[in-house]
Write a protein of this length. Sequence first.
Length: 80
Amino acid sequence: MATATVRNVDDDDYAALTEMAEANQRSVSAELRAMIAEQARRHRAEKLIVEMRAIRKRNALKLPDGRTMLDLLREERDSW
């Protein structure tokens, strides 16, 4: 596992971090690890959303003129 060292943290910020850690019944280190993990998850999710939107744009469903997705769904339902 990697190790990170943070220097020159503002005293007020560290006090707030300590309060957050205590509220979550964690050490300051555990609170920082949880914060880093959450931000990394968000970053990966944002990247995935961008990729999914690009795929959707490249593979957009092209409906015949005057037709809607609802028309296609009804047709499929009625074909059973």
